[in-house]
Design a protein around this ligand. Structure first.
Ligand code: FE2
Ligand code: FE2
Length: 256
């Protein structure tokens, strides 16, 4: 079972460059590579920050580009997204159980659990009581399927000082809830615009590059005033889910 994973597209509908990169061209390049080599994938997860400024023109552009993707996509909200415009513009599994964009999808014997950590008007993330209740119901509903969880925000700090200020509120609480479920196998998230892997209290995780611009490591340290994208290639993920394993590859691509 193959799942493709794109994060942090930061599309700009006006076509303007973003820190010198062209998100429209870069997304198109990713779509072309996916169509060429991965059209057999079951799904393509889009783990948030789908557009840069949450405006209607950018979602329209995104919808048009995704129409050319040969793999069914599963969109999620990030801190740069507008939940209502996202819902209006993109195809979502119907019906959604909550006003939030969070849902479960069966992929073979695996369950994909896509959560909505958008905290309106803020860069950091949140799972409010309503979203946590939905999550608990979903965890109780299926206590058997090996489960891969996707969020936009990281759960806990990653030794990335600027991004760590914007991780998920109450991440530790959420982590213990997931661990109690017993069938959560791995956690994937975006937001940090870097490839990172490790484990939080025994739960393995993977973060991935942005389809648009990459964040540098903090050596030397930087802040949002001095931010300059790292001179690194964008990448998307290829997740292979087997009976007892989840393997994540990063496929870099060179736009233009
Ligand atoms: Fe982002
Ligand atoms: Fe983000």
């Amino acid at each position: 079972m193959k799942i493709i994973w794109l994060s942090d597209l930061h599309l700009v509908g006006s076509g303007e460059l973003l820190f010198g990169c062209n998100p429209t061209e870069q997304l198109q390049c990713a779509i072309d590579v996916i169509n060429q080599y991965h059209s057999d994938a079951a799904y393509c997860v889009l783990s948030g920050d789908l557009v840069d400024s949450g405006d209607a023109a950018s979602y329209q552009q995104l919808s048009q580009q995704l129409a050319g993707l040969q793999v069914p996509y599963l969109p999620m909200a990030g801190n740069h997204d507008n939940r209502e415009l996202l819902k209006e513009s993109l195809e979502l599994p119907q019906p959604l159980d909550t006003e939030f964009i969070q849902y479960a999808v069966q992929a073979g014997h695996w369950r994909l659990l896509l959560l909505d950590t958008l905290r309106d008007g803020h860069a950091d993330g949140q799972l409010c009581e309503q979203r946590l209740r939905w999550l608990q119901m979903e965890l109780d509903r299926d206590q058997k399927s090996p489960t891969l969880v996707f969020t936009h925000h990281p759960l806990l700090p990653l030794n990335l000082p600027m991004q760590d200020q914007e991780s998920l509120h109450s991440g530790e609480q959420l982590l213990s809830r997931l661990q109690k479920a017993g069938n959560i196998r791995h956690w994937c998230f975006g937001h940090v615009h870097r490839p990172v892997s490790g484990s939080f209290d025994g739960l393995g995780f993977t973060a991935i590059q942005s389809i648009a611009m990459q964040a540098p490591l903090p050596y030397p340290n930087w802040n949002w005033d001095t931010f300059k994208p790292a001179d690194e290639l964008p990448a998307f993920g290829i997740i292979q889910l087997e009976r007892k394993s989840a393997v994540v590859h990063f496929q870099q691509f060179r736009p233009g």
